[in-house]
Design a protein around this ligand. Structure first.
Ligand code: ADP
Ligand code: MG
Length: 350
């Protein structure tokens, strides 16, 4: 995994802004022909010829979006890139460049920023991305990191949230709920650590869910798989805020309804066992957890034979006319309206 191994503390003041930028970005190489010029001028110059360009940006603020007491900086850098790439892939596009902007206080030594950038570099290598610019400034207290991702897509391949049609199948990649349960375990261990710092927790039974929280991946592979299978989704979105809120986005934008089947929602065994341990309902977690960075899409029924049996893709429901509304069909065959706070809605049913 990604280890932090920078015990030294070099003050940022010794470097100055330009020295710092040079130091942090010296290893970034150029991988794409579309990157004509990169870091070191007033702006990067990109040339995408006839392709459509997608642009997306995310801002991560310390104490709001991440907690450095259990989020190593290297993982934070990695995750800051991943959450943006996920948005690019959700457009059925290929991510090509990012810019990275940081605001840091002098409580961070150079070594901390090296760790942050090591995570960024690892993600850029793995996902074949050029880092083409950014901005560096100071902050009074916390760390702020903003990444902008740029991607390319053939005009006819763009997939929006708005294209779902009645009778389309609702499909999700991978499994969901794990990142949220990983966070629950990390939060619990943080509290235990506060009381007893000598305590060495055994987290071996939570490795998958913790990794999903600390080192999420973006589903570039799913975009490639869909292309290979010759399936163009009718609509698509990435799951950052939980299944129910993303389903609502697709249905609202597409002006359709949905039936989601509780017994089809893909859950990892560690999610199920950790939910039992925490005495929370695993469906509630899948619906409301978030940070899964899986892709949620609708596909035409005609394409079903192409995805049937593929372990990466699960059919979890189907699209209806708008006036049928949005419902979760439970294991007991009850229809429960899907809301942004499905948590409360489901509690009331019990
Ligand atoms: P400007 O004064 O024009 O904003 P900067 O001195 O901020 O220029 O940046 C110089 C170059 O370094 C630019 O190419 C910019 O995109 C890049 N850059 C600045 N900060 C970062 C960063 N944190 N990560 C990557 N590239 C950066
Ligand atoms: Mg600048």
């Amino acid at each position: 995994m990604l280890e932090d191994k920078n015990p030294q503390r070099t003050s940022l003041e010794h470097l100055g802004e330009f020295g710092l930028i040079d130091h942090l970005t010296k290893n970034f190489d150029i991988k794409h022909k579309s990157t004509l010029t990169s870091i070191g001028d007033d702006a990067a110059v990109l040339n995408f010829k006839n392709k459509h360009i997608v642009v997306t940006t995310d801002l991560l603020v310390e104490h709001v979006h991440f907690d450095l007491s259990y989020m190593p900086l290297k993982h934070l850098g990695y995750k800051a890139v991943i959450v943006n790439l996920s948005d690019v892939y959700a457009m059925n596009a290929n991510a090509t460049q990012i810019t990275v902007s940081i605001a840091v206080s002098n409580r961070f030594p150079l070594e901390a920023l090296e760790d942050l950038y090591a995570g960024i570099e690892t993600a850029a290598k793995l996902y074949n991305i050029d880092v083409v610019g950014g901005d560096t400034t100071s902050s009074n207290k916390g760390l702020i990191i903003s990444v902008t991702a740029i991607g390319e897509v053939e005009k006819e391949d763009v997939v929006l949230r708005s294209g779902a049609k009645p009778n389309d199948l609702l499909v999700v990649s991978g499994d969901i709920g794990a990142a949220y349960m990983g966070l629950q375990v990390l939060e619990r261990e943080k509290e235990v650590f506060k009381v007893n710092p000598q305590n060495q927790p055994d987290l071996s039974m939570y490795t998958y869910i913790i990794e999903r929280q600390l080192k999420p991946e973006a589903r570039k592979d799913i975009v490639e798989l869909l292309k290979a299978l010759e399936v163009k989704p009718t609509s698509m979105i990435d799951i950052s805020d939980g299944l129910s809120s993303e389903i609502m986005h697709l249905c609202t934008k597409s002006e359709v309804g949905v039936e989601l089947y509780e017994n089809k929602i893909p859950l990892d065994p560690q999610v199920i066992s950790t939910c039992e341990e925490f005495e929370i309902d695993s469906t509630t977690i899948a619906l409301n957890g978030g940070e899964d960075y899986e892709l949620l899409m609708t596909i035409s029924q005609e394409d079903y034979p192409k995805i049937k049996g593929n372990p990466n893709l699960t059919v979890i429901g189907f699209i209806t006319e708008k006036d049928r509304g949005m419902h979760l069909i439970t294991r007991g065959e009850q229809a429960i309206p899907i809301t942004a706070q499905g948590w409360n809605a489901m509690k009331n049913e019990e």
